[in-house]
Design a protein around this ligand. Structure first.
Ligand SMILES: C[S@@+](CC[C@H](N)C(=O)[O-])C[C@H]1O[C@@H](n2cnc3c(N)ncnc32)[C@H](O)[C@@H]1O
Length: 246
């Protein structure tokens, strides 16, 4: 399997969500690293005729929140090699720039938005803010590492997605937070209720994540273990996902 930072459960969820998003437009991945998520997205979108994947990443691992490159200065060569090995190179539109550079020339509608780039509050919020105007009704947004110890990404998901009536169905799978963009009926009671149920434990985790910058210990670890299970984050049933997002 392609090396990267996605668990098997998360990879399964990501592919299912990309397959089921009932919308037309581009599939945009922010943050590719060596291509683990890119390969899954490119495979499923190819098999189902859902267009190519635009993968934006400068591949220079520029921030403290970026993964270890094991001595290399760029993940680009491994990224390209992994796409070729998986037979999906032709299905990926590589954009070797930052997301804030890509958005300057971006014009397309987006049906699936995967945010896994800069995990700071400012970075994750900018990625959502910059590309939200391009989401089509029915599009799915998925953000990595929101149900974990990245305070910034978690806060953005709670405040900008779960607290927003622009989104309808929502949930977690592993550390992925996902929601369907549905400005037409996101304020319906059933969606609000569900988002609020998820937001209660997720919001409790924000200060815990903030204090966890040097790892989880003691009382903070206890609180993390108390609140995290209250946000359901197991495998998402495919029939449920298809029904709730249709
Ligand atoms: C956690 S890794 C992505 C992991 C990948 N999705 C996977 O499945 O293995 C984060 C990546 O985001 C990239 N990145 C950081 N800030 C970015 C930005 N503003 N725009 C695009 N990519 C960014 C980094 O270079 C790094 O490769």
């Amino acid at each position: 399997m392609t090396s990267g930072y996605l668990s098997e459960r998360e990879a399964r969820f990501l592919m299912a969500a990309a397959a089921l998003a009932p919308a037309q437009g581009k599939n945009l991945e922010i943050g590719s690293f060596k291509g683990r998520s890119t390969v899954g997205l490119a495979y499923v979108t190819r098999e189902l005729g859902l267009g190519t994947v635009v993968a934006v990443d400068p591949h220079t691992s520029p921030a403290t929140t970026d993964p270890d490159l094991r001595g290399k200065t760029s993940s680009y060569d491994d990224f390209v090699a992994n796409l070729r090995t998986a037979g999906v190179f032709e299905r990926v539109e590589i954009q070797r720039v930052y997301s804030h550079e890509l958005v300057r020339e971006w014009k397309d509608s987006i049906r699936f938005l995967w945010i896994d780039g800069d995990h700071t509050y400012e970075g994750a919020k900018a990625d959502l803010d910059m590309f939200k105007p391009y989401l089509v009704d029915g599009a799915i947004v998925a953000m990595h590492d929101v149900l974990g110890t990245f305070e910034g990404a978690l806060r953005v998901f709670v405040e900008e997605v779960l607290d927003s009536d622009d989104f309808g169905p929502a949930g977690f799978s592993g550390s992925i937070g996902w929601a369907q963009y549905r400005p037409r009926d996101g304020k319906a009671a059933r969606f609000r209720r569900r988002r609020r149920l998820l937001a209660v434990p997720a919001r409790r985790l924000i200060p815990i994540a903030r204090r966890a910058d040097r790892g989880l210990h003691g009382w903070n670890k206890f609180l993390y273990k108390l609140w995290r299970p209250l946000a359901p984050h197991g495998d998402v049933n495919l029939k449920y996902l298809a029904a709730v997002t249709s």
